[in-house]
Design a protein around this ligand. Structure first.
Ligand code: FNR
Length: 183
């Protein structure tokens, strides 16, 4: 594909609502876009002592980010913050100093929660973190998904047509955002 997008999910659990949301949203993109979920569950805990000798999983993760035209973050909120596993991954790929993989990537941010404020606080924190890494997050539309029971159907699709319509508009704007950066 012309545009290769790395998708980073901030939850490691099998039944993750955020992974389901990530799987659903990529189906709304045009064929010039391809998507790959980037594994973060195999990264060690970040330790600055290892900067000069990054683990193979870290090198792989960094290579995937560098190769990507753009990124999509789909994350839960843990205790009103960014999940540790996601922050760990972000820190890894930002180092060693001067060799960050993140620089100048266009990105979209979404999140799903069982709670009504739908990851708004975690997403705001994530945007702050990404800003200092020169990751250009699309500002609008914001996507705070309240994934109460019945949000996904049996096949993992978004059950509500209005929600699908909203996510389609999100993806349309994201596609334009990535193209604008690539131009
Ligand atoms: C949560 N959850 C949660 N939800 C929320 O809206 N705000 C929060 O601060 C928290 N805090 C929190 C902490 C921890 C440790 C857990 C495990 C969960 C609930 C959360 O939205 C719910 O478990 C989601 O299903 C998690 O996302 P995944 O794993 O389904 O993608």
């Amino acid at each position: 594909s012309q545009y290769q997008i790395g998708v980073i999910v901030g939850s490691l659990r099998k039944g993750s609502l955020n992974r389901k949301l990530a799987d659903a949203i990529v189906k709304l993109a045009p064929s010039a876009f391809s998507f790959k979920q980037l594994e973060i569950g195999d990264l060690p805990l970040y330790n600055q002592d290892d900067d000069a000798n990054q683990a193979p999983a870290v090198q792989r993760f960094k290579g995937e980010i560098v190769a990507a035209t753009g990124l999509i973050f789909v994350t839960p909120e843990y205790n009103r913050g960014v999940p540790g596993v996601l922050k760990n991954a972000i820190d890894h790929a930002s180092r060693p100093y001067g060799q960050s993989a993140w620089t100048n990537k266009p990105a979209g941010v979404l999140g799903a929660s069982v709670g009504v404020i739908g990851t708004a606080i975690a997403q705001q924190q994530l945007r702050t973190i990404l800003a200092c890494l020169d990751v250009h997050t699309m500002g609008l539309p914001e996507a705070f998904m309240h994934a109460k029971s019945g949000f996904f159907d049996e096949a993992g699709n978004i059950a509500n047509p209005d929600t699908t319509k909203f996510l389609q508009s999100w993806m349309d704007r994201y596609v334009a955002w990535v193209k604008q950066h690539a131009a």
